[in-house]
Design a protein around this ligand. Structure first.
Ligand SMILES: NC(=O)CC[C@H](N)C(=O)O
Length: 452
């Protein structure tokens, strides 16, 4: 096989920063970084890098699904660097380490269909073929918590600068934001080095819960930024003795953590927002896109709520979505349309949790919208007022079990994201679910062991 051409900026970057080694990263099924560390000279020379294809679908409990779903022979795939995603590793001791995001290619040179980044790239190619580009902006909520060496114990907020632990209800408070100023200073420095463009940053409603909104841009760019952001949260947090947690519902009774995704489409010819017409009215594409989300998302839920824990977030009155209604400037719906001028007309999909793999949540949402456009679907009438407690909403699965059942019984996931991917994803999630079903939880011990 001929070696890939390595762009000249790569060697210049590695030399300038006297890089010793490069983390060659791929997002796994969960959106966690995996891969190999390569000496900088080998990376600069374009040395071929292979790992087992199974790495792409490593489950969160460290298992693999039946090997038949990722290749009977357990074959290799190639890790191919995206040279535009080469950055310093901000937390590396001595600062002489870089990282690069890679694609997974099968040995025939095609994108590995079961790898998360491939799935998003394939959806984006379908948009590009139409001359369109999705523009997205994820908003990430997360908790800054105390180390939790014994996972049978609840996660708790850490003692903050003032010596106390937060009790919550400090949304938008600067006093509460400043409690972890040292950690956040370090984090913002890391984000700069990783090319992550934060827009707004606030304290959220939960105790030591925060939110960062990333600046809108191309979907692959923002999936990569979100992937690196979560890596940065973990590593920077640990340096400060903190567990920074992207679980959807880390603390019972406290608000969950979402990854709302704002999305619109632009015309590649002229940069115009395709959700608005020249006269400023909403376009038919805008309506079809919403209808596509309403039609497809119920069978794509595990891509936005991938774990048993994800479903604990979907409770009423915590601003978490429990329906797929849509409405203008309305936070009781799953699909919110923010008030804006026609240039910024967009849809906010409020379903994904912060625990979702950003590549897959974006791929699912964008493919669902495109399905609505291709099939010229019409959405429900917009919701008026608070619809949390209304009965007429489209129903959403309330557990990983039922969400997987729904996904497995629909042909939409395969059509939208590829049959091989859909089958591999479901198989991996079933392994995780089985592992959970064998647990005995504190809730059961509390109520069933007493014969009260
Ligand atoms: N910022 C908000 O609107 C709150 C969202 C809420 N925390 C959720 O889990 O969905």
């Amino acid at each position: 096989m001929s070696k890939p051409t390595v762009p000249s900026h790569v060697a210049a970057f590695l030399e300038k920063h006297r890089i010793r080694e490069v983390e060659c990263l791929v997002p796994d099924l969960n959106g966690y970084p995996r891969g190999k560390v390569l000496p900088a000279a080998a990376f600069a020379a374009g040395q071929e890098l292979r790992v087992a294809r199974a790495v792409a679908i490593h489950t969160v409990v460290g298992d693999f699904p039946d090997y038949r779903v990722y290749g009977e022979r357990d074959p290799d795939m190639r890790l191919v660097p995206d040279y535009e995603r080469l950055h310093l590793v901000p937390w590396a001791a001595g600062g002489r380490r870089a990282l690069a995001i890679h694609d997974c290619h099968d040995l025939d040179g095609t994108l590995t269909p079961i790898a998360s980044r491939s799935v998003l790239k394939t959806v984006l190619k379908r948009y590009a073929d139409l001359g369109w580009q999705p523009v997205v902006a994820p908003e990430l909520e997360f908790y800054v918590l105390a180390p939790n060496p014994d996972p049978s114990q609840p996660l708790t907020p850490p003692a903050a600068r003032c010596g106390r632990t937060e009790i919550g209800h400090s949304a938008f408070s600067f006093g509460a934001l400043n409690e972890f100023a040292d950690f956040f200073d370090d984090l913002h420095g890391a984000l700069d080095k990783l090319g992550i463009h934060g827009d707004t940053f606030v304290h959220e409603l939960g105790p030591s819960q925060f939110e960062i909104n990333l600046k809108h841009d191309d979907a692959l760019e923002l999936a990569d930024q979100t992937f690196l952001f979560k890596y940065a949260l973990r590593e920077t947090g640990l340096k400060h003795g903190l567990y920074v947690v992207c679980m959807a519902k880390p603390i019972a009774g406290a608000p969950g953590s979402s990854m709302h995704i704002h999305q619109s489409l632009v015309d590649l010819k002229n940069g115009r927002n395709l959700f608005s017409q020249a006269d400023g009215e909403d376009s038919p594409l805008f309506r079809h896109y919403i209808a596509g989300l309403q039609t497809c998302l119920p069978s794509l839920m595990p891509l936005m709520a991938p774990y048993v824990n994800s479903y604990r977030r979907f409770t009423k009155n915590m601003a978490a979505p429990v329906n797929l209604s849509w409405g203008l400037d309305n936070r009781s719906v799953g699909l919110r349309v923010p008030l804006s001028g026609p240039e910024a007309r967009r849809i906010e999909n409020r379903l994904p949790g912060c625990d979702a793999n950003p590549y897959l949540a974006l791929a699912a949402s964008l493919a669902a919208g495109l399905y609505g456009i291709e099939n010229e679907l019409e959405p429900t009438a917009p919701a008026e007022g608070n619809v949390f407690y209304r009965d007429d909403r489209p129903e959403l699965p309330r557990s990983l079990d039922s969400a997987l059942e729904r996904m497995a019984s629909s042909d939409i996931p395969g059509k939208l994201l590829g049959d091989e991917f859909a089958a591999a994803f479901i198989a991996a999630k079933e392994v995780e679910l089985e592992s959970y079903l064998l647990e005995v939880t504190p809730w059961e011990r509390r109520y069933l062991a007493t014969q009260a």
